[in-house]
Design a protein around this ligand. Structure first.
Ligand code: UN1
Length: 500
């Protein structure tokens, strides 16, 4: 029996105005229905934005340390409910249970970090150029924030966006991906239990075309934070320009791990298996390109093939499963189409097909797949596949490596395995990316440093850490003149003359 879930508008859980619904099912077993959710439209978004708008002034006037105390309570509640939320996530999204626990932990980490910011939210004080004048810049809340989140990190990514928005004094309307609304609803129930006041957080479930666009177009929404496909991000950016919204986009990746000839190959192997096949390759940070020095190519690829052949596919709730399903059958078809392209462009090492043996036929599974002898310009080496597929590109020189690393439209995460400290620093200088790793794979960013990428990976903003505070607040520069007379900046320079 499935449960019915609703939108959160203020302090009420309401069905969509149209009464329409959609279901969320488990990608590991399509017969396992997580629940029925409101299929909402523009009128539901209007109600949610009105609720967030009404809550904005009292919330923004609540002292930030008090807002922080609420986030501390939320962090503790998330920690108490970590196992329950993680199990729901594995059921609804598919990632194996230890990874789902990591996803929830990331949300807990951001909650604690941002709760602490309630007692900081540092501004700037600077000396004035005039005597008897005080100068500072303070952070101000912006207003209603629209948060549109993906299914691959159904709790961590909403937390990345929401907690900094809230600590800065904004209110929010959230739209979760249609594949994972259950995780978001449960997450928000815990926020309400933690004492987030009514109207500060609102949830509207439904499609991007109806709910997402209505949020992006709404004149009372001042900020949009979106994670998802690059094409959708461009469209959001274009629409949001009409109402001059501030927009943060976190988009695709084609992240390389470079394995140099002097690399610790065992360490590199562990990291490649984790970075390429963790979350079934469905991370923006997944390692979908392996740029391997020719001198170690054959040895490395053979060892990797053996490791991948031993990976166990299955339901992420079962002990011993290494790789869970992909998100749905459309994803299986898209990945299969890329595997077919890959067969024409490169050599298949292992995998390449949907996985349908036994119980796997009940869900959406794809075999972990490796191609080698992939040309840097091949489609499988250029386009984001978002599945358990990685491409080995052999290289001979460092110059060629830098060219291949940077020869894609994206720039999120890059990694180098080497024992040469000079190359390590060169990679950080020369690889075009927002995240750079040495002797560590491309995934596993921590919640207190800026997260985001360059080129088509985004529009220049960063999430989490201090960078998130800059995105979710406006600077106001403040001057207090206590000289008691007219002092014209840049003109009345007599004080400077006297010093001369
Ligand atoms: C994403 O894939 O959108 O660094 C986020 C990582 C995770 C976050 C990934 N901490 O892989």
């Amino acid at each position: 029996m499935s449960t019915t879930y609703r939108n959160l508008i203020g302090d009420r859980w309401l069905p969509s105005r149209s009464g329409e619904t959609f279901v969320s099912v488990s990608p590991a077993n399509h017969d396992d229905v997580i629940g029925e959710f409101a299929s909402s439209g523009a009128e539901d978004v209007d109600a949610a934005v009105a609720s967030a708008h009404a809550a904005f002034r009292p919330w923004s006037l609540t002292p930030a340390p008090k807002r922080g105390e609420i986030l501390f309570r939320v962090a503790r509640l998330l920690a108490e409910h970590k196992e329950e939320l993680s199990r729901l996530m594995t059921r609804e999204m598919g990632k194996v249970l230890p990874e789902a626990r990591g996803d929830v932990q990331e949300a807990i980490d951001v909650a604690y970090y941002m709760a602490g910011e309630g007692r900081r939210l540092f501004g700037q004080t600077v000396p004035s150029e005039m005597p008897d004048k005080f100068a500072m810049a303070i952070r101000r809340p912006i207003g209603v924030v629209g948060i549109i989140t993906p299914w691959n990190f159904p709790v961590a990514i909403p937390a990345w966006k929401l907690f900094p928005a809230l600590i800065c004094g904004n209110t929010a309307v959230l739209k979760p991906a249609s594949d994972t609304p259950g995780c978001l609803v449960r997450f928000v129930e815990l926020l309400m239990e933690g004492g987030v006041p009514a109207g500060v957080v609102n949830v509207v479930t439904g499609s991007g075309a109806k709910v997402g666009n209505a949020i992006v177009d709404h004149p009372d929404v001042r900020v949009i934070s979106f994670t998802g496909h690059t094409e959708t991000g461009v469209e959001i950016s274009r629409r949001a320009a009409e109402t001059l919204k501030r927009v943060s986009l976190e988009l695709g990746g084609k992240n390389p791990i470079v394995i140099w000839e002097d690399a610790d190959l065992d360490l590199a192997l562990d990291s490649v298996v984790w970075s390429a096949f963790g979350t079934s390759g469905q991370r923006c940070t997944a390692a979908s390109r392996l740029i391997v020095h020719r001198a170690v190519h054959d040895e490395f690829v053979e060892a990797l093939r053996k490791r991948v052949a031993a990976l166990v596919l299955g339901d992420g709730l079962e002990d011993g499963t290494d790789v869970g399903p992909v998100i749905n059958d459309q994803a299986v078809q898209k990945i299969a189409a890329y595997a077919a392209i890959g067969r024409n462009e490169a050599e298949l090492v292992i995998g390449g097909e949907p996985a349908r043996d036994g119980d796997l036929a009940r869900g959406s599974f794809f075999q972990p797949t490796i191609f080698t002898e992939v040309r840097p310009e091949a489609r499988i080496a250029q386009e984001e596949i978002f599945g358990p597929v990685t491409s080995v590109i052999p290289v001979d020189s460092w110059e060629e490596t830098v060219e291949v690393v940077n020869g894609v439209r994206y720039g999120l995460s890059t990694s180098l395995f080497t024992r040469d400290v000079n190359l390590a620093f060169r990679s950080i200088r020369d690889f075009d990316s927002g995240l750079g790793y040495v002797n560590h794979g491309t995934i596993g960013a921590e919640a207190h440093l800026p997260f985001g990428g360059v080129k088509a990976t985004g529009n220049g903003h960063r999430e989490v850490g201090q960078a998130a505070l800059d995105f979710f607040s406006e600077w106001k520069s403040v001057y207090i003149d206590y000289s008691g007379k007219l002092q014209r900046a840049q003109i009345d320079m007599s004080f400077v003359d006297e010093v001369d």
